[in-house]
Write a protein that binds this ligand. Sequence first.
Ligand code: G3P
Ligand code: MG
Length: 375
Amino acid sequence: ASGGAASFNLQTVPSSFGIAFDIDGVILRGRIPIGNSRRALRRLYDDESGALKIPFLFLTNGGGIPESRRAFELSDLLGVKVLPSQVLQGHSPFKTLLKRYENEFIIATGKGEPAVVMSEYGFKKVISLDEYASYFDNIDPVAQYKRWTTMQELSCSRNSEKIVSSPSDFSQKVKAAFVISDPVDWGRDIQVLCDILTSGGVPGEKNGHQPPLYFAADDLQYQAAFPSERLGMGAFRIALESVFNRIHDKPPPPSPLSWCRIHDKPLEYTSFGKPNPFVFKNAETILGHLVQSLCPGNARTENGDLALPSFKTLYMIGDNPFVDVKGAQQAGYPWFSILTRTGVFRQRENHTQYPADVEETVEKVKQELEQCHLI
Ligand code: G3P
Ligand code: MG
């Protein structure tokens, strides 16, 4: 390979490409790198200087820790220097809701440190569902049987999650709930979320409409360390939705009209993450900024701002046709999908509903690399 960052100077290479890697089932299984993923990633950096040569980022529906920490963790596992800006997690788009909820009392749940993630985005009154639930006596009637969480672990996680809470916070109306990563205690979370959502934001009361509910992703399954797929956030969403819709659809009190059921509104929610086209647009912008930072001498707009490059091809390399390939297809040009058989997808033939552009891949990638004098 020749050259370092200069290979991507837009003045010499009018069209260029970038890569978005899915993580679970493509780069890692649990914490173990898959196949030659470490070596493949190293090839995107200059051998001698270690500088990034090819603009790439990680586009994952996973999460639970801030992007800066994930970048550090990935650097360690994969042996390359990953910048926080190269990590787009399922919950990263929640930043766009800051204006709406910056000073509102909100709840965050999921594995890792959901409240820390949200508070790093700038949300000032966020509390983890873990801590919120601990304020209400007996809200989880089976809590005492959950020996899998030792008291010591619980108090550690609570200490690291104490972001904003003062005793008065807990009695406030919850203005929105965020599922930022795969929930750990589904039973408790379904119970407490139903309490919040059916009551209008104050468990135990009946106080108005369902507060908004946001999911970082909607993956039914994903590839972790276990040989077959594991249930993901989409599975949790289905469980919550069906319980909510059953308990929220109550018959009215006896009256002459008792033949008529009251149908409260079904659960309303918004899911971010792939395959949401917004996520792909955002990834394209971030890859553009990455190219700008790699090539300081780039073209400028009339106002003197650095011009964002227009990519000829952006490769989405994923293992899930319903998420990675569907997302790239919906996003359209310049996205090009590559489907691996290292995770959720295992079939011999291309996926029928969301076939990847995989057939053209080898030739196309080779052409791109040749054009950029990288091979
Ligand atoms: O929890 C993670 C999972 O839902 C998917 O992660 O990297 O395959 O998008 P990824
Ligand atoms: Mg995956």
